[in-house]
Design a protein around this ligand. Structure first.
Ligand code: MRU
Length: 344
């Protein structure tokens, strides 16, 4: 499992995604500050996994904060929750996970002991629901795939980005489990290589055929009829826009030009019914992620770098949203009265 709660030590266990594919090691977060560092360094990453990290993070705060006055205690847990929720801005799941556990504990608990018990129970529920959502959307999405085909994906929307199974790769896994002959083209996903390092690693482990390409080769392969459809995950879906790893918008435009289906696979925790795309902050990351490669300087000193972690794809370019509640098409119709609707 990508992320779990260790009951004995009251800490969070994560797969360190920065060390893959060369080694697979675990990190233990015993403090809220260590968890925030893990989120910022992308030791834990991917929207659904961040949702679970946010949820367990509140439980971690609840167990690690040692105060005797209940009002002061809840105030401190809440502040810790806000700090976790703000560790990265774009994936809505992170603040969603924090908010869900804080609200439940605050609504029901009347003592510190109760607060801890309720926070942990709710965090475990968030984690278990994520697994169930990935399997359900995987089954819905598998039905959209041909019996034999090649799927292009970007970044990592797999088991490593969730508790297990995955969203985009969950669809691939479900399709393969149902007997379909599916292979995957993984875009390497510059600059941090989540596609090359993580998607390729987890599919290889499962024996699912995977080939890595430079991001810039995607249009060429679409033109050569080497791709049957594109499936990506998302960090946030607003009323009109999909936010996902930078490069997604480019794939969506290319898919449109080549008349290929472009699917976005997401659990409900990724929907943001409040905001429009223009209101969302896109995380800007450090210069060195682009200006250095393998320990070497690759951009001359003094030359500026722009390094957005995500981009914004209009829902009009998305053929369908695949969720645990079903398939939504047209994608732009996903919301009515603040709720997900139009399930086929
Ligand atoms: O910066 P990252 O690695 O956290 O970005 C992750 C992505 O963009 C994923 O595609 C997205 O979170 C969906 S994961 C199911």
């Amino acid at each position: 499992m990508t992320i779990s709660w260790d009951e004995e030590t009251k800490s969070i266990l994560l797969i360190d995604q920065t060390s893959l594919p060369t080694s697979c090691r675990m990190i233990r977060c015993r403090t809220v500050n260590r968890l925030i560092t893990a989120i910022r360094r992308l030791e834990v990453r991917g929207a659904p996994a961040l949702g679970i990290a946010g949820a367990y993070g509140v439980a971690l705060a609840a167990f690690s904060i040692k105060l005797t006055s209940f009002p002061r205690y809840t105030h401190r847990v809440k502040n810790a929750g806000f700090a976790i929720g703000n560790a990265r801005p774009t994936a809505v799941n992170l603040s969603w996970g924090v908010h869900r556990v804080l609200t439940k504990a605050e609504d029901l608990a009347t003592s510190i002991e109760e607060y801890r018990r309720i926070a942990l129970m709710e965090a475990q529920t968030v984690a278990e629901e994520d697994s169930a959502a990935c399997h359900a959307l995987g089954d819905y999405g598998a039905a959209l795939l041909p019996d034999t085909g090649t799927i292009l994906t970007h970044c990592n929307a797999g088991a490593l980005a969730c508790r297990e199974w995955g969203t985009a790769l969950g669809i691939v896994r479900s399709a393969v489990a149902s007997g379909k002959n599916i292979s995957v083209i993984a875009c390497e996903t510059r600059p941090l290589l989540q596609g090359a390092r993580l998607t390729a690693w987890e599919l290889k482990r499962d024996g699912i055929p995977v080939t890595v390409i430079p991001d810039s080769a995607a249009a060429h392969l679409m033109r050569k009829d080497k791709i049957d459809c594109i499936i990506v995950g998302a960090d946030r879906i607003t009323r009109d826009t999909v936010f996902n790893k930078v490069g997604t918008y480019m794939h969506a435009l290319c898919a449109k030009s080549h008349d290929l289906p472009f699917y976005v696979a997401v659990p409900s925790s990724t929907f943001d019914s409040i905001h429009a795309g223009s209101e969302i902050e896109i995380e800007e990351r450090e210069r060195d992620e682009v200006a250095r490669f393998s320990g070497r300087i690759t951009v001359p000193d003094g030359v500026p770098v722009i390094n957005p972690a995500f981009d914004a794809t209009p829902l009009s370019l998305v053929s369908a949203l695949v969720t645990e509640k079903g398939i939504i098409s047209p994608a732009s119709d996903w919301m009515q009265n603040g709720k997900i609707h139009r399930i086929i």
